[in-house]
Design a protein around this ligand. Structure first.
Ligand SMILES: *[C@@H]1O[C@H](CO)[C@@H](O)[C@H](O)[C@H]1NC(C)=O
Ligand SMILES: *[C@@H]1O[C@H](CO)[C@@H](O)[C@H](O)[C@H]1NC(C)=O
Ligand SMILES: *[C@@H]1O[C@H](CO)[C@@H](O)[C@H](O)[C@H]1NC(C)=O
Length: 425
């Protein structure tokens, strides 16, 4: 059965005004007070932002949805894991060069996206303000998958860099195989916040678990290391339930991923390591300041490898538009037919983001202050009465697959009953 959707056919890109220069404000004067603090409680100037809400930024996980469709049509569970692992990596690829900060969603803010061409529909809600938690739920239009999760981005300022740890669980279900996969995203770090060229690194372990078969894909997003040798690299193995290596996966999260036989990969690594040890001498161990230039800008392909994912190139004007991908440029699109259909809480209707998109920074800044103040006031009002905030489309519960605390979808968003929605803008 097909899920019925409100039809959207064209995907025009909106007229976004080019971004302002970061040199226009003294960022240091704002940030020096916050070293070591969590940034979610600090009102940041709009100039550091990109004209998208964090809820929209999360939607960029879906750019490479074809990998999930591919997982559904593959009958071998190891092949499915390859697709799911590639999807998990591709989901963070849009972070590359994205140094603008998305707007913090207001409590009760929502975002939906229907992409018939990519075969999914998505909705999300900001379910908590302190700490900020965003919950999302997506489904394949042919009912071949469910993809959901709740993300609590913990931002830490370290003087020269901001580190974003994306706490929260991501789950993918393939009903045809009665399978569920879960994972957590890597940590993202923006370097040179105050001076120098901004650059982005993602690091940490990502373990994709197939809860039905016990297979897992254990990936390492490598920190860039000295001289940038490891910049953007991702590698790891698919393991069966007894931890036997089934195959290796390697590549760069900014570029592409390959799989190869595990023995071939290990032999290749061993010879690579021997070569680099011979070259090593007098190396001083310190944190890199400039963005290290990698020794070659492409992945060295091991003979016998199979390509599982390659990034879509960014559009030519991407650098002037916050390093958006084509997918990201379409997220604010507000077509005529959508106006009466979207809930009044949708990000597309948020006035500060709209003003920023049009390049009117003064209005963007004023509106940002106004909606944040309105949120503060209604919180204060609630604390005086016995009234409590009620999330509209999600409820707190236990993730059935890994038993962790999660936010679960209440299944009614697409009925479009907006009678209990708050006035947040
Ligand atoms: C999912 O996979 C099954 C089995 O291969 C296939 O019958 C079905 O059409 C697939 N669904 C989609 C949307 O591709
Ligand atoms: C807070 O309560 C006052 C008094 O009841 C009301 O006038 C105001 O609109 C409320 N503000 C918000 C943001 O809910
Ligand atoms: C919409 O939701 C409200 C509150 O739950 C309910 O009272 C109302 O009957 C619903 N409207 C429709 C058309 O289902």
């Amino acid at each position: 059965t097909m899920i019925k959707t409100v039809s959207r056919t064209s995907h025009k890109t909106r007229d976004t005004t080019p971004m302002f220069s970061r040199n226009d404000v003294s960022i240091w004067s704002i940030l020096k007070k916050c070293i070591g603090m969590e940034l979610s409680k600090i009102a940041m100037p709009v100039i550091l932002n990109e004209p998208l809400s964090f809820l929209q930024r999360l939607t960029e996980y879906m750019e490479h949805t074809y990998l999930i469709h591919q997982a559904n049509t593959t009958t071998d569970s190891m092949e499915r894991m390859k697709c799911v692992a590639a999807f998990a990596v591709s989901a963070v690829a849009s972070q590359w060069e994205r140094t603008g900060k998305p707007f913090n969603p207001l409590l009760g803010e929502t975002y939906e996206l229907i992409r018939e061409d990519l075969g999914f529909r998505w909705m999300s809600e900001q379910v908590s303000h302190h700490p900020p938690v965003s919950a999302f739920h997506a489904e394949g239009l042919q009912e071949d998958f469910l993809f959901h999760g709740s993300i609590y981005p913990k931002l830490k300022f370290w003087g020269k860099s901001v580190e974003a740890e994306p706490k929260g669980i991501i789950s993918l279900e393939l009903p045809k195989y009665n399978e569920a996969y879960t994972w957590t995203n890597p940590t993202c770090c923006v370097h040179n916040i105050i001076v120098g060229q901004l650059w982005i690194e993602q690091y940490g372990n990502v373990e994709v678990i197939n809860h039905k078969t016990g297979e897992r894909c254990s990936l390492i997003f490598k920190p860039c290391g000295l001289f940038g040798k490891e910049l953007h690299k991702v590698e790891g193995y698919i393991l069966d339930k007894s931890k036997k290596k089934l195959c290796a996966i390697y590549g760069k999260w900014t570029e592409c991923l390959y799989t190869v036989d595990a023995d071939t990969f290990d032999a290749h690594k061993k010879s690579d390591k021997k070569n680099s040890e011979e070259k090593k001498s007098n190396i001083v161990d310190e944190e890199p300041e400039e963005m290290p230039l990698p020794d070659g800008d492409t992945v060295q392909v091991i003979p016998g490898s199979e390509l599982i994912w390659r990034i879509v190139p960014r559009p030519d004007n991407s650098a002037e538009f916050y390093a958006f991908s084509t997918f990201a440029m379409q997220l604010n699109e507000l077509e005529e037919g959508m106006k009466g259909v979207l809930p009044p809480t949708d990000c597309r209707l948020r006035p500060d983001i709209r003003h920023m998109e049009k390049g009117d920074m003064d209005s963007a800044s004023a509106e940002k202050k106004r909606v944040e103040e309105k949120q503060r006031l209604s919180r204060k009002n609630r604390s005086k009465s016995s009234e409590e905030w009620k999330t509209r489309w999600f409820h707190q519960g236990t993730n059935p697959h890994n038993k962790a605390q999660d936010w679960l979808y209440s299944n009614s968003y697409w009925d479009r009953n907006y009678s209990l929605l708050p006035d947040i803008y």
